[in-house]
Design a protein around this ligand. Structure first.
Ligand SMILES: Cc1cc2nc3c(=O)[nH]c(=O)nc-3n(C[C@H](O)[C@H](O)[C@H](O)COP(=O)(O)O)c2cc1C
Length: 186
């Protein structure tokens, strides 16, 4: 299978996300896609060039990071599924409102025209606040599937939720059969 793997700017999760990309690359052809901020930002969680190098090494191809690079995904039927992991509150909001103003959201829009699955692994501090309605919208939207997610620090960050990234492969396998893995909420 050809799987798109789109990475958004929840930098603290990269340590958990890249091993999953690696595991998927053993079975599938993985097309890496970075959001603008993921492609350009250095933070305490690593430099942008380290992250790009790591993804390119795992996938054996260059990271797509512009709208023109991802636009052919739909017309050329390039992907069987698109994984968005981590998916930020920002990208959730855009997907929920069909905004396609960056490489990840455009990849989703282009891919969705083929009616194929988009697998979302949320990671955002406002999942139970501002982002809740966007998560709700996508839960009811055709072709979207959620990696099981839960509150990661209910006392310290009462509205934060993060996906269990280790469940991406199982979520993907079921999504390719048109099924949502359960339980969604951990
Ligand atoms: C160090 C760092 C960590 C961040 N972690 C998160 C996060 O876990 N979840 C989130 O939704 N946004 C997080 N952000 C904010 C996003 O990167 C920001 O909203 C950005 O616009 C997201 O763009 P994207 O959705 O196109 O990747 C973080 C930003 C920085 C600099």
């Amino acid at each position: 299978m050809n799987i798109g793997f789109a990475v958004c700017g929840s930098f603290c999760t990269y340590q958990q996300v890249f091993p999953v990309m690696e595991a998927l690359a053993e079975k599938h052809t993985i097309i890496p896609i970075f959001s603008d901020i993921s492609y350009t930002t250095d933070s305490r969680f690593g430099t942008h060039s380290d992250h790009i190098d790591r993804a390119e090494q795992i996938c054996g191809r260059e990271v797509l990071h512009t709208i023109p690079q991802v636009e052919p995904i739909g017309p050329k039927g390039m992907l069987d599924a698109l994984v968005i992991a981590p998916c930020t509150g920002n990208t959730l909001a855009k997907l929920a409102h069909s905004i396609a103003d960056g490489p990840v959201t455009m990849a989703a829009k282009s891919h969705l025209r083929n009616g194929r699955p988009v697998i979302v692994a949320v990671s955002t501090n406002d999942a139970l606040a501002g982002a809740a309605e966007n998560i709700g919208k996508l839960l009811g939207r055709k072709h979207y599937y959620f990696v099981p997610f839960g509150q990661d620090a209910p006392e310290k960050k009462p509205t934060s939720m993060v996906a269990d990234f280790a469940k991406i492969p199982d979520t993907l396998a079921l999504a390719l059969e048109g099924k949502q893995i359960q339980p969604i909420i951990l």
